[in-house]
Structure formats: structure tokens, C-alpha cells
Design a protein around this ligand. Sequence first.
Ligand code: DC
Length: 228
Amino acid sequence: MNQKITIAIDGFSACGKSTLAKALASKLGYSFIDSGAMYRGAALFFYRLGFVSKVHLDEDSIHRSINNLSLNFKLIEGKNCLFLKNENIDDEIRQSHVAEVVSKVATIKAVRVQLVKQQQEMGRNGGIVMDGRDIGSVVFPDAELKIFVTASPSIRAQRRFDELKEKGIPQTLEEVRENLTKRDHVDSTRTESPLIQVDDAIVLDNSSLSKNQQLEWIMGKVEHRINA
Ligand code: DC
């Protein structure tokens, strides 16, 4: 499999997209980009500036300071970590104060334009697996392989709850469920690049699949695509 393709993985929050994308990239020797981490990084930046909170969004101030947003991935002990200027924010972006505001920040066109530009640059040479909400529709509309991942809401909530618990981030299952429901709604109904299943995406419902089964399934699709 010498030909390096572009693989777009989209889907709802907490359906295991990033885990799958990361495992796939590692198996193929491709780079992996979690675009959701970048929206979380932007959300943290504007949250710290006081431009967004659970109850408000100051779009004008965000527009004025968008050019000061500097996000980059750096490899730290084998892990691709997100940095805001020189600060490693990879842990903080998973916390609830960020999860609560990220969908709001992701509705702003100027934020999306800036991050999409950066994402397209990262994928310029192919050999990339990127996961998010608009990867197959906006970031890489010509991706050779597009996957739309879905899983039942209760399974997604339980998975995210377990993940946060493992990281020592305190949240009840009910809080996690509520946050996911809200984010699903905002992400799929916003005007700018809403989460959609594009016509040429292949659907993967992973509700009852193990991580290995998913990886096997997607590797079959990659091989098929490369040999087509
Ligand atoms: O994948 P995630 O849950 O970490 O994403 C966090 C938020 O970022 C999600 O609620 C929607 C937004 N997002 C987006 O709008 N577009 C993307 N390509 C990725 C994420």
C-alpha cells in the first residue's frame, strides 16, 4: 500500500472517531490530526480571554483577536499534543469548562476559516487521517476515503464518561449525556459547516464493535480504495 491517500472521518461527539483515526494512522504510517482538539484549543483561548462562557459569546471580540490564536501540534513522548503558543494544553482542552463552550465557538465563521486553512495545509501531501465534523464536506471534499461514524447516544455517553473518569475529570453520567446532546444539536444545526453525512461517505455504526473490529473494518475499506 505505497499510495498515500487522505482519509476523512466525521461523526457525532464521543463516538470513538479519534481513537479509530489514531489507530488507523498508526497502522498505515500516516499522520493523524484530531480537528476537534483544535476547536477545543480555540475555545480555551477565547474562554481565558473572557469572550465565551456557558452563558455568553462575544463574537466581535473573537473576530478582533482571531489572528492572535496560535495552535500547533507537537510530538511529546510519542503523543501528538496540542500547544497554544508554547503551552501544552492537551489535558485542559478535555475539561468541562472547555466542553461546555466549544460548540459555541465552533459556530463562528472566522474561527472555522482559520482552522480549516491550517488543517488543509497539514493534509497537503496526503497520507493523513483527520477526524471531525466537516472533514469530508469542507476540509477535504476530495478525500479518497470518507467515513461517517455513529453509535447510539447511551453508548456514546457511557464511553465519554469512562474516558473522563480514567483521566480523573469529575463529571456524572447525566452531565456527560446532557453535554453530548447539546453539542450534537449545535453541531448539526449551525449555519457554518454543520455536521452532515456526505453522499460519498461510508457509514460505520460502531455501537457493538470492539476497537479491533472497527480497525479491521476500516482497513478493509482502505485496501479496497487503494486497489480500486
Ligand atoms: O471531536 P470533539 O468532540 O473533540 O470536538 C469538539 C467540538 O468541536 C465539537 O462539539 C464540534 C467542534 N468541531 C467542529 O465543529 N468541527 C470539527 N471539524 C471538529 C470539531
